[in-house]
Design a protein around this ligand. Sequence first.
Ligand SMILES: Cc1cc2nc3c(=O)[nH]c(=O)nc-3n(C[C@H](O)[C@H](O)[C@H](O)COP(=O)(O)OP(=O)(O)OC[C@H]3O[C@@H](n4cnc5c(N)ncnc54)[C@H](O)[C@@H]3O)c2cc1C
Length: 328
Amino acid sequence: MATQEINIAGAGIFGLSVAWALLRRGVRVRVSDPAPIATRTSGGIVGALSPHVPENWNDKKAFQFQSLVMAHAYWEDVARASDLPTGYARLGRLQPLADDKAVELARGRAVTAQELWRGEAVWQVIAADGTAWEPPSPTGMLVRDTLSAHIHPRLAITALSRAIEAGGGVFGPPVEAPTVWAIGSADPLVTGVKGQAALFEFDARGMPQIFADSVHIIPHLDGTTAVGSTSERVWENDGPDALLDGVIARARAAVPSLETARVIERWAGVRPRAKSRAPMLGPHPDKPGDFIANGGFKIGFGMAPLVGDVMADLIVEGRDVIPEAFRA
Ligand SMILES: Cc1cc2nc3c(=O)[nH]c(=O)nc-3n(C[C@H](O)[C@H](O)[C@H](O)COP(=O)(O)OP(=O)(O)OC[C@H]3O[C@@H](n4cnc5c(N)ncnc54)[C@H](O)[C@@H]3O)c2cc1C
């Protein structure tokens, strides 16, 4: 019986993932946002759903792992409910290994991954086989993990909002009801960290994503390839600038087949970062009766499926399974 009603302030990935989870538990949701869908940070182009290294396990890594494992079914569900593509594919990730020490470290992580990833995916050290998509590796060795996936943020957020509408969710002004505040970097409780990314006209569909020289290279299913990102605590204007040229150059060095590919979009957004660098979930610290879902920082899309679930557990069932480290 759909009696409970909840306002969601903010239609980025955090707000929409909470709205979607609530809707599926029979709650009536009203989503408000002054900006059109997919025009703010969540309307970006990178979309890596990739894990932290499998060692020094903590609540954040465990939460992210569980969310990444959920991602396949989650985005498939969204695509089905919206009849729109999300760009989701789990094709793994390659990372070059710079020296013998890095190889040794990676081999150790292959062992810890067996336990921590519980057979859901592997982290392994492999020999480069010289294919064009592979990043050059000084040791001739690469890390390959099979947990990494990607979505296309702009498509995914559009599909998720359509799925919510199709399920009876309303996009419009709030009503008299508790509110989940998911307003990203507009919230004074978080700090904004600017990031920039670029999109190449380069079709590498079906290839694994690459992380090399601190650059994520994501081959999207629509025949484009995204590269990112910068990270700036201080900036003069919100748009892309010359700093992005460095990312583009590093991506071209990491994957020589990108060398002549045309850049078709330059993009910038502001990531919401909590002081703890972990998501900020649960009852709102300053607004009694309301809730907060924020602090996605660099992995908001990777965390989203489980963020929606734990927020719905709390709001609908009063069951609080939010990690202590995520308290606002
Ligand atoms: C360059 C770059 C690359 C990235 N790459 C990745 C990646 O590879 N993988 C990954 O998982 N994450 C990545 N991220 C991070 C990810 O994009 C963010 O974590 C995520 O988008 C944050 O979502 P959000 O919903 O919290 O915020 P937002 O997307 O900013 O949404 C907040 C919304 O709230 C609205 N709003 C503001 N004030 C109000 C109000 N008063 N009432 C109602 N609505 C309001 C805003 O208009 C906005 O639409 C990247 C970010 C950047 C910038």
